[in-house]
Design a protein around this ligand. Structure first.
Ligand code: DLL
Length: 432
């Protein structure tokens, strides 16, 4: 919940007034403190006086990842370096990193939105948080760390990796909440199963994000770890984790819209889509000081719902991320999202959610191969049963995605595990 000054739940009209006021302050700030935004706004003939309410957002310019790269390292900051107390960066796959700078107030905001995230999952000062996101330039570790501390919980800053030690401390310290990527949660779950120590654990929930994961993957983690798995969303450019969070209803992530204003646009026309339609998620930060961003195009694909959630929160919710417009593979002319493959695999009890997609080009035609791990209890030397499984997966991929993929079943544990964001695609086509 977000409270008003009388400590009552904020009404929608109060929220809108707050957003209008904060947007105006932010636009003033970037116009006067950032050469980049001032010249962008001047090019579009917009001045801060033209922005009165959030309906005026559409008059403002978009910001894209390459703008941040071009302004590397500090060109997008709207506060002097003497006020910047923390720097984070995200590596991405190509080019220079994206850098984010935080003032002391920004760090307070970040802790608050993360504390909200954990409280929405039913956590309190009585919980013991095992933070297994990477610490460092990546925002996962420190973002979750300060949020859990603000909540008053006990924090184990173990960082990612070192799986045996994770499980040992989880057992000995009685961790009740786990924070890591969903792929690492699954890896930990398998190791816990193998060591036969699940019954010794006090774990009851986890906050997983930083990479796309499906509802099927959520169920898999929940069943294996016997916990409730919450999705958390965020990106370095906006603040890090804490932009949006699942509540106990797990029916879309609540956006912290008193700090981050969402829009959904059609990535081709750049026009807003109708409510409920899928498109590219765009954010404007309305309280940040260090590096506010205006209409930042995330490339993440989702939809928004403004209906009140069954949990009682009135904040706008975003659907689980359905893919990225730039993660989208175009294979033989067909748009393919890795998340579609993951969903298909999880329909099969025999297949593990560990897979790798290989795309290449031979004789001017794209090749599309999916390596799929078979669960240990289903892996066998009986060629006909393996062949049958392969054929069934191929047929299902064909019906969901619309093109044929060559499926190769591989032995349990042969696909590389990740302790951070999983890399699931190798595209060897030389398309340029
Ligand atoms: O991944 C921040 C984060 C840390 C979020 C820990 C959640 C938990 P970046 O490294 O800048 O920041 O990557 C941001 O990761 O644009 C999405 O494509 C993807 N992403 C983040 N959270 C989710 C999620 C962090 N819950 C990029 N579901 C974003 C799907 C996600 N994709």
């Amino acid at each position: 919940m977000i409270w008003n000054e009388s400590s009552e739940c904020m009404r929608p009209d109060e929220m809108r007034d707050l957003q209008n006021k904060r947007l105006r302050t932010t636009v003033e700030r970037v116009y006067h403190n950032s050469t980049f935004y001032r010249s962008r706004m001047q090019e579009m003939g917009v001045s801060p006086m033209d922005i009165e309410t959030i309906d005026d957002l559409v008059k403002l310019p978009f910001t894209v990842k390459t703008d941040l790269r071009d302004q590397y390292p500090f060109g997008l900051f709207s506060a002097p370096m003497s006020e910047i107390v923390r720097l984070h960066a995200s590596s991405g796959t190509t080019g220079k990193p994206i850098v984010a700078g935080y003032t002391r107030k920004d760090l307070g905001t970040w802790s608050e939105v993360m504390a909200r995230t954990f409280a929405a999952g039913g956590c309190s000062r009585n919980d013991i948080f095992q933070i297994a996101y990477g610490y460092g330039l990546f925002t996962g570790g420190l973002g979750a760390h300060y949020g859990a501390e603000m909540l008053g919980a006990s924090v184990i800053p173990i960082s990612a990796g070192n799986t045996e030690k994770q499980i040992q401390l989880m057992t000995d310290f009685g961790s009740t909440a786990l924070c890591c990527t969903p792929s690492y949660a699954l890896y930990l779950a398998e190791a816990i199963q193998e060591m036969g120590v699940r019954d010794k654990l006090k774990l009851r929930c986890g906050f997983f994000g930083a990479e796309p994961w499906t509802e099927e993957m959520r169920r898999e983690i929940e069943n294996k770890l016997k916990i409730k798995a919450f999705d958390i969303f965020g990106l370095t450019e906006i603040i890090g984790p804490g932009v949006a969070y699942d509540c106990e209803a797990q029916s879309g992530m609540h956006i912290n819209e008193d700090h981050f204003l969402p829009e959904i646009i059609n990535p081709q026309t750049l026009q807003p889509v109708a409510p409920g339609e899928i498109g590219e998620l765009v954010f404007t930060t309305i309280t940040k000081e260090g590096m506010p961003v205006i209409r930042y195009r995330t490339k993440d694909l989702t939809s928004l719902t403004y209906e009140t959630c069954s949990c009682g929160r009135t904040s706008v919710r975003m659907h689980k991320i359905m893919g990225r417009s730039d993660d989208m593979l175009i294979i033989r002319g067909v748009n393919v999202f890795p998340s579609q493959i993951e969903s298909v695999l999880l329909e099969f009890g025999e297949a593990a959610p560990h897979y790798h997609i290989f795309v290449d080009r031979a004789n001017n035609t794209d090749t599309f191969e999916v390596h799929v791990e078979v669960r240990p209890e289903n892996f066998s030397d009986d060629l006909s049963s393996m062949l049958n499984l392969r054929k069934r997966i191929e047929a299902r991929i064909q019906s969901v995605v619309g093109i044929h993929a060559q499926v190769k079943l591989v032995e349990p544990r042969s696909i590389e595990r990740s302790t951070g964001k999983a890399k699931r695609v190798t595209d060897n086509r030389k398309l340029y």
